[in-house]
Design a protein around this ligand. Structure first.
Ligand code: KG4
Ligand code: ZN
Length: 356
């Protein structure tokens, strides 16, 4: 492609309204407006999320363009998340993107949120930034999904394993709620665990056949353990909070890495990667780094701002679609449970779902 392309990315699948501007694969701006309104409810309230997106989307896009030094007329394509996610939240981003596309006469590109988490590895802040070689094995871990994905090209993915119930982020958030931590609890557990003993409390580490995950057993195990201990000492949680966080975090990280390492060995993989919000977890980052050294795998972990939901990852997915002239018709409708095959996430096997 001769001319540099400007892509506007828009993300609104859950509780972050985000807009980013890229020049080809180079990031010019990435604005994220997180919705604090859900904190008091201990989880995301879908209707409130949609209303917050409606309030935020114009200022966030405006600021992203301003920071990038780009005018509306400079945009070559508008990429937006069409699923999976909360339907009402997706509708705000989709409708906004369609309106902008009509007003500017520029093409629309719908993006699968799960594919975008993986493609976040290809966003460059500097032209010399290194990106993974294909194929690589990606552990995608967020609030709605836990998947091992074999990435063969920007558009060719094979799902190797996934969770049967809760996602890893959901396990962090739900167990954190039991410990009285605010939503989303993942980052709080991470912080408190730093001064706790990960081996103080032993929880059941569920392991399933093949490369499947299940986190519901751990959640129940912690719930009954806490009930029992609190019946003996009502201040048990307060007195042991750091050790509880460290032990829960240790369990989730172990459960995540065992099938992933097994899959990487069996598939004879040379390059591995982490993606999604839980990829921000410090224990997961350090444990996967040890595994990479042990097995001589090249490891890619996104910078923090590209782990949790962001529009830079939507913009980069847009860029790769733009290179292929893979545009989306204006009658596109978002989908809460987007399956793969449509929306440019090409795989005949992969089933993507999101349980936000
Ligand atoms: O990718 P993401 O922003 O949204 C979804 O697509 O779900 O991931 C959000 C999830 C939440 O469950 C949050 O608790 C978790 O990522 N998370 C973390 C950390 N930072 C975010 N979990 C553990 N440790 C962290 N540092
Ligand atoms: Zn996400």
């Amino acid at each position: 492609m001769s001319k540099q392309k400007i892509i506007l990315g828009i993300e609104s699948s859950c509780d972050d309204t985000s807009a980013a501007v890229l020049q080809n694969d180079l990031l010019l701006s990435n604005l994220i407006s997180s919705q604090d309104i859900h904190k008091k409810f201990g989880g995301v309230v879908p209707e409130l999320a949609s209303r917050e997106h409606q309030k935020n989307i114009i200022p966030v896009v405006h600021e992203a363009l301003k920071q990038a030094g780009v005018g509306l007329r400079d945009i070559d394509a508008i990429a937006f998340t069409s699923g999976p996610g909360l339907l009402g939240a997706l509708l705000v981003g989709t409708s906004f993107a369609k309106g902008l596309s009509i007003a500017l006469g520029k093409p629309l590109i719908s993006v699968n949120h799960m594919q975008a988490h993986i493609l976040a590895h290809f966003v460059r802040k500097r032209s010399e930034d290194k990106t993974p070689d294909f194929p690589f094995l990606c552990l995608t871990v967020s609030g709605g999904h836990t998947q091992i994905v074999l990435v063969k090209s920007h558009f060719d993915y094979k799902l190797i394993g996934e969770t049967r119930d809760d996602a890893a982020g959901e396990a962090f958030d739900k167990i954190g709620k039991m410990l009285g931590l605010p939503y989303p609890a993942g980052p709080f557990i991470d912080k408190l665990a730093k001064s706790g003993n990960p081996l103080k409390f032993k929880f059941t580490l569920t392991s399933l056949k093949d490369y499947e995950y299940s986190f519901s057993g751990l959640k129940t195990n912690v719930l009954y353990f806490l009930k029992e201990e609190i019946s003996k000492d009502e201040n048990f949680v307060q007195n042991n909070l750091n050790d509880l966080c460290a032990s829960v975090q240790y369990s989730i990280v172990e459960m995540l890495l065992r099938p992933f390492v097994k899959a990487a060995k069996n598939l004879n993989i040379k390059t591995i990667a982490l993606a999604g919000g839980v990829a921000a977890n410090s224990a997961l980052r350090s444990e996967i780094s040890k595994k990479a050294i042990e097995h001589s795998w090249e490891l890619f972990i996104p910078e923090f701002e590209f782990c949790t939901d962001n529009a830079a990852m939507i913009g980069i997915a847009g860029y790769f679609n733009l290179l292929q002239n893979n545009f989306t018709a204006l009658d596109v409708i978002p989908s809460a449970r987007l399956t793969v095959g449509g929306n440019s996430y090409n795989s005949n096997k992969t089933q993507i779902r999101c349980t936000h």
